[in-house]
Design a protein around this ligand. Structure first.
Ligand code: 13P
Length: 256
């Protein structure tokens, strides 16, 4: 049985003051409601301590949006796994399409970050997903297969216990356009088959595969009801505590 993971990616939004308020709203909802889904918010680095502090009184968790693949040293502007752990982060997003596109992160670098996170006890949420032209030319599966295999290079079956994958079709991110539940299910099932090929059925059944790309209260039920969709990586809608907590409630109403 895979527990839903409902993750918010605040991207470059919500500095410390706003983050504290928003996390406070989510946390007070969490105090008043019981939920079995795992809930995590990934704020910008500078806001992490404020969110972590709010979340100490509930089961909500905090994560980061990126991490470096070295322990420490002369890497100006970078943040290490040990620093994130010191700030109580349990999860870290790795290889988001915005990092691939705007910061030229390669599959090789994403693989290093994934392995470093797992080795150091952080749970990476590894993002994969095709661009619009790749979907239109019907090469979406080939692209995602390459990304998954490259990112997981060197990851052991044991380490996969802490692995999360997020399928985020680039054409659905921040566009208001969502993959249909059928498109999401088809790709999630395909990704799971790749995990089975790499390791075995036990491992592939246990890894959570999240959907990301304009998930909101209006479409969450259909998406989360798909057998291979184990949660959401939510951008825009996670910046509104009402929408985000509604998605958590929706996940609670679905039993798989
Ligand atoms: P939106 O939910 O705003 O489309 O963003 C999705 C995303 O990129 C989450 O990482």
């Amino acid at each position: 049985m895979r527990k839903f993971l409902i993750a918010g990616n605040w991207k470059m939004n919500a500095g410390p003051v706003e983050a504290k308020n928003l996390a406070g709203e989510i946390n007070s909802w969490a105090k008043d409601n019981s939920f079995k889904s795992e809930v995590v918010i990934c704020p910008p680095y500078v806001s992490i301590p404020f969110v972590a502090k709010e979340f100490r009184s509930t089961e909500c968790k905090v994560g980061a949006q990126n991490v470096h693949n070295q322990d420490n040293g002369a890497y100006t502007g970078e943040i290490s796994t040990s620093m994130l752990k010191e700030l109580e982060c349990e999860f870290v997003i790795v290889g988001h399409s915005e990092r691939r596109e705007y910061f030229e992160e390669s599959d090789e670098l994403i693989s290093k970050k994934t392995l470093k996170s797992l080795t150091d006890g952080l749970k990476p949420i590894v993002c994969v997903g095709e661009k619009l032209d790749e979907r239109k030319s019907n090469s979406h599966k080939k692209v995602v297969k390459y990304q998954v295999e490259a990112a997981l290079n060197g990851v052991s079956a044991k380490q996969a216990e802490n692995l999360v994958i997020a399928y985020e079709p680039v054409w659905a991110i921040g566009t208001g356009e969502t993959a249909t539940p059928e498109q999401a299910q088809e790709m999630h099932h395909f990704i799971r088959s790749l995990l089975e090929e790499k390791w075995n059925k036990g491992v592939s059944d246990s890894v959570r595969i999240l959907y990301g790309g304009s998930m909101k209260p209006g479409n969450a039920k259909e998406l989360l009801s798909q057998p291979d969709v184990d949660g959401g990586l939510i951008g825009g809608a996670s910046l509104d505590s009402g929408s985000f907590t509604e998605i958590i409630s929706i996940s609670e109403s679905i039993s798989k």
